[in-house]
Ligand binder design. Structure first.
Ligand code: C2E
Ligand code: MG
Ligand code: MG
Ligand code: MG
Length: 279
């Protein structure tokens, strides 16, 4: 009956696989429909000065409401869009929408940056830089108003090509941030070689400070390294005053997290915005 059991296991695995496939296909279909039917929208989360709480920038975060599936979190659908390649269309939509909003804020006299998450597969497209340049131009947005959040892992996948693209983006004055810093497997040498402006300390480390010696050490080391390399550093996922106070003592200058504000619609951001620059 070992054989019997093996067959049952196989059927079980096959069913699991089919379920996975079904969900993926269903989500893929729903995402395509969502793009057509304009069911995606962006929320924006403030990045603020750690000591004065002045708003310095915002991060655009995608939101998706499907009539059948309800609110689907990006952590669930972005990985599938990356697998199917739909992330390119979604990423282009995000870039365009965020640039339109950033351009509106510029026209209103605000001077903070808008950060956009970029997936590895999207960044690897041959026309990625051209797409960014075209987006800036169409929205008459200066490059320095846009920040791109990239993760460590794909910078080293094809370092030569990545460097070429980052240099081209830098020439456009676009700012580059490394997202979820500390969680990837990368050589630190790219920090010196690549035109990068900011490190975002992953929120898994912030979660454990103050109190956890390991996390405290890692956070302090990232801040020290950023200072030595003249990079800005933002702490992600700051939820408590104790975390903020620890980061302040550690020399961190910016944070993003529920302590200041959750991601929210652009229209709800108004009361948090700094006063417009003199026009
Ligand atoms: P991320 O880029 O690291 O974004 C930060 C995430 O942390 C967001 O989750 C945000 O809502 C959450 N967060 C912010 N402050 C706090 C806090 O104080 N506590 C906790 N527990 N969480 C906090 P969200 O919006 O669910 O996005 C998850 C991930 O999905 C993002 O992580 C990013 O990797 C991806 N993502 C979101 N929008 C986009 C997008 O437009 N394009 C791409 N390619 N990826 C996106
Ligand atoms: Mg991000
Ligand atoms: Mg992050
Ligand atoms: Mg992330």
């Amino acid at each position: 009956h070992v054989k019997e059991r093996g067959r049952a296991d196989f059927r079980f695995y096959q069913r699991q696989m089919n379920l996975g496939l079904l969900t993926r296909m269903k989500l893929d279909h729903a995402m395509r429909e969502g793009l057509r039917e304009q069911r995606f929208h962006l929320h924006y989360q403030p990045q603020v000065d750690l000591n004065s709480a002045t708003l310095l920038g915002v991060e655009a975060l995608i939101r998706w409401h499907d009539p059948e599936l309800g609110e689907v979190p990006p952590g669930q659908f972005i990985p599938i869009a990356e697998e199917t390649g739909l992330i390119v269309a979604i990423g282009n939509w995000v870039l365009d929408s965020a640039a339109a909003q950033a351009s509106q804020w510029r026209r209103d006299g605000y001077r903070f940056t808008t950060a956009v998450n970029v997936s590895a597969y999207q960044f690897q497209q041959a026309d990625f830089v051209e797409r960014v340049a075209d987006t800036l131009q169409r929205h008459q947005l200066p490059g320095e108003a846009l920040e791109l959040e990239l993760t460590e892992t794909f910078l080293i996948r094809d370092a030569t090509e990545a460097l070429r693209k980052l240099d081209a983006l830098s020439a456009l004055k676009v700012r580059m941030a490394i997202d979820d810093f500390g969680t990837g497997y990368s050589s630190l040498s790219y920090l010196k070689r690549f035109p990068i402006h900011k490190l975002k300390i992953d929120r898994s480390f912030i979660h454990d400070v103050p109190g956890d010696e390991g996390a405290e050490g890692i956070v302090q080391a990232i801040i020290n390294m950023a200072q030595a390399l003249h990079l800005q550093v933002t702490a992600e996922g700051v939820e408590t005053e104790a975390q903020r106070a620890f980061l302040s003592r550690a020399g961190c200058t910016q944070y993003q997290g529920y302590l200041f504000a959750r991601p929210t619609a652009a229209s709800d951001l108004a009361p948090m915005l700094p006063s417009p620059a003199q026009r």
